[in-house]
Ligand binder design. Structure first.
Ligand SMILES: Cc1cc2nc3c(=O)[nH]c(=O)nc-3n(C[C@H](O)[C@H](O)[C@H](O)COP(=O)(O)OP(=O)(O)OC[C@H]3O[C@@H](n4cnc5c(N)ncnc54)[C@H](O)[C@@H]3O)c2cc1C
Length: 320
């Protein structure tokens, strides 16, 4: 089934999706694809591919400083196409507001439509490295909700310019949600208010930011339902299995790491022990989510196929 929402509505099997990141500019895509190859026997129905804003590079030549955008990780659309061909799995490209004006967004949507891509995760995007806050392009979108609205309009055949007999696209639109609130939001209620507006604009499901306590997901779903958000909310999970991640994950993703998990990693005598402790902790979290009755599981692999594999082997041993 090509669309995430159709899969969620018509299957009573758990949805399982993976998220990968394009390689750095100049690197081969095959390294990324071969990294997820061992995960294919867990039968993911969808593979998400992230999108990244360019950052500004300043160069001095003959005393003149010039500035040019440089995208460190290009290739999202190409990788999506390669995934379809190589694995016969539906790709879900992420589309961001950052660095696009709405005319470029429309052209990208047309490319994706012509490639037969049926799903999009619509995001505002993170500011590029070295930039403290998000700045929209001229004629671009300030918030993900506006991108959702543009995609939904194209699905109704409404292009930016009025066209004669325009062909509608048919994208299933997902958006991001934050159990611990988005870092810029003053509080979770306000953030949920805007999450609801993304759903009202046309988003059909939500994937959450990573979290490390079941309670956070449950409370988030309860609050979302209480304000009328009825779409499926898929938990996003990132295995945390090393001391380095204890330092980097909270600052990069603005999430809390509970003391129990920090202890398991920091008190481990070897890397292998830390890895095993992190996998055990994550497997218990997944069990709690499955028991709660989540519609699916989305794993952020971020170049860590081995941790994802260990987690899936622990959770799904004998079940898939
Ligand atoms: C599953 C997942 C996948 C991701 N993939 C990528 C990726 O591929 N590339 C990437 O760069 N980043 C990615 N991100 C990170 C994401 O882009 C950042 O967290 C970004 O800062 C916010 O994106 P958003 O789509 O949630 O933004 P929005 O929904 O626009 O929200 C951003 C902030 O603005 C507030 N807000 C929203 N609408 C309004 C409004 N109308 N008026 C006032 N305030 C408003 C919200 O409360 C929030 O604080 C991902 C995040 C998740 C959870």
């Amino acid at each position: 089934m090509a669309k995430v929402i159709d899969w969620l509505n018509q299957n009573n099997k758990l949805l399982f999706s993976l998220e990968i990141t394009p390689p750095d500019r100049g690197k081969n895509m095959d390294d990324i694809l071969s990294g997820i190859e061992p995960l294919m026997h867990f039968d993911p129905q969808f593979i998400n591919v992230t999108y990244h804003q360019p950052h500004m590079v300043y160069e001095e030549k003959d005393g003149v400083i010039s500035r040019r955008p440089r995208r460190k990780k290009p290739g999202t659309v190409g990788i999506c196409s390669a995934i379809k061909n190589r694995f016969q799995v539906e790709p879900v490209p992420h589309l961001i507001c950052g660095s696009f004006n709405r005319y470029e967004t429309e052209d990208t949507l047309i490319d994706l439509h012509f490639l037969g891509i049926k799903n999009i995760l619509a995001l505002r995007g993170d500011p590029p490295p070295g930039q403290a806050r998000y700045i929209a392009e001229k004629d671009g979108h300030q918030y993900a909700g506006q991108l959702v609205e543009q995609i939904a309009q194209l699905n109704r055949g409404q292009y930016i310019d009025e066209l004669e007999d325009p062909f509608p696209t048919s994208f299933c639109i997902g958006v991001a949600g934050y159990p611990e609130k988005h870092f810029e939001s003053p509080n979770l209620d306000k953030d949920l208010f805007y999450l609801k507006s993304k759903v009202d604009m046309g988003a059909e499901y939500i994937i959450t930011q990573m979290f490390y306590e079941f309670r956070l997901y449950r409370e988030f779903v309860e609050k979302a339902r209480a304000i009328g958000i009825q779409v499926p909310i898929i938990p996003g999970l990132k295995p945390l299995v090393s001391k380095k991640q204890v330092l980097t994950i909270p600052s990069s993703f603005h999430v809390n790491i509970p003391s129990e998990l920090v202890g398991l990693i920091e008190d481990a005598r070897t890397r292998e022990q830390a890895f095993a402790g992190g996998v055990r902790y994550m497997a218990r979290l997944v069990e709690e989510l499955l028991e709660f009755g989540v519609p699916g599981i989305h794993v952020f692999t971020m170049g860590q196929g081995h941790a994802t594999r260990a987690l899936l082997e622990t959770v799904f041993a004998g079940k898939r």
